[in-house]
Design a protein around this ligand. Structure first.
Ligand code: SF4
Length: 324
């Protein structure tokens, strides 16, 4: 119907749309993650059906990424015979079946029948049917629609994100496509397939930068640049920070979250990617590519000042960041 925007935003990335076949004349339009998770991933190419699926998730308070990924996993398991109608209460869960996908979303929201199983997410579903290797999750959160085989810096983002694979913890696809570099902070665009120490360090710096963004409640679709962010922060706080201080603040936030997770039992071994994302595809734009996680993570630990063996922040790092 029309574009919509947050207060005074010139980008206006939102959209109000409609799905008349489903009796909906005014509804939030699906954004990228929703289009992919409730469209491509479940092999639905009917835009109104995707809009309606997103609407069902929104009205029921469900995350479209986790919901779409979990239903897609159920489709895959059903196709492979790992899940049968005997397990689902008689439901045939097939790719591309829009009615079934809409029905499953409502069943998840109400924890009704097999929806109660799906409501626990991809990891729980895969474990229940003894195929944990099919869950595309990090620390039980579904991986969003940006593949680390296409932008290897995302391997760092997902593996180190404190709440599991999260696309709000760093967007190396923006950096490597030239949309969000921050040259003053050493966040430089480069070869998206290059898994070197330098790229691992840049991915860590980008994660720290976005953590500061999030703490300042800035939109990641806007990239006003280091100078403006610094001016805004200094103006509001009365501080007199330099550009390097912004990076220190970001790393402090990431490291503080790290300490909380370590205290709650996470360890270096939880810094990982799901098996399926460490297998190369046989064709397409990422043919043959997988991120070298060891190289990238070692570099990221070094950038953050974390012990390379344990993944724990060193005492020096904690002192430098004022976290002791
Ligand atoms: S770009 Fe960001 S601030 Fe602007 S409308 Fe979209 S979400 Fe809101």
């Amino acid at each position: 119907n029309r574009n919509t925007a947050c207060y005074r935003c010139p980008i206006a990335c939102g959209r109000e749309t409609r799905a008349p076949h489903y009796g909906v004349e005014k509804v939030d339009g699906p954004e990228y993650e929703t289009l992919a998770a409730l469209g491509s991933l479940v092999l639905v190419n009917d835009l109104e059906a995707v809009i309606y699926a997103g609407h069902l998730c929104n009205t029921n308070g469900l995350d479209t990424i986790s919901t779409g990924c979990t239903i897609a996993l159920a489709c895959e398991m059903f196709e492979r015979g790992l899940l049968t109608a005997a397990d689902t209460g008689g439901l045939e869960i097939r790719y591309g079946d829009t009615k079934m996908i809409h029905r499953l979303i409502e069943m998840i929201a109400r924890r009704e029948g097999f929806g109660d199983v799906l409501a626990e997410g991809s990891s729980a579903l895969a474990e229940q049917f003894s195929v944990p290797e099919l869950a595309v999750t990090v620390n039980r959160l579904e991986v969003p629609m940006h593949d680390p085989r296409a932008f290897v810096g995302l391997a760092v983002t997902y593996a180190l994100s404190p709440r599991g694979a999260c696309h709000m913890e760093g967007d190396m696809y923006s950096v490597d496509t030239g949309q969000g570099p921050a040259f003053e902070l050493g966040i430089l665009p480069g070869d998206r397939f290059e898994a070197t120490e330098e790229r691992g360090r840049i991915a860590a710096r980008q994660q720290a930068w976005r953590n500061l963004y999030n703490a300042m409640i800035l939109c990641q679709f806007q990239n006003p640049g280091v100078e403006r962010v610094l001016a805004a922060l200094n103006s509001v706080t009365g501080w007199n920070l330099e550009p390097d201080d912004l990076m220190t603040l970001g790393k402090r936030i990431v490291t503080l979250k790290r300490m909380l997770n370590l205290r709650r039992g996470l360890s270096r071994t939880d810094d990982r990617l799901p098996d399926l994302l460490l297998r190369p595809l046989n064709n397409g734009g990422t043919e043959g590519m997988t991120p070298d996680l060891d190289v990238l993570l070692s570099a990221a630990y070094a950038e953050y000042g974390w012990n390379p063996e344990t993944g724990k922040p060193t005492q020096d790092t904690l002192e430098r960041l004022g976290l002791r």
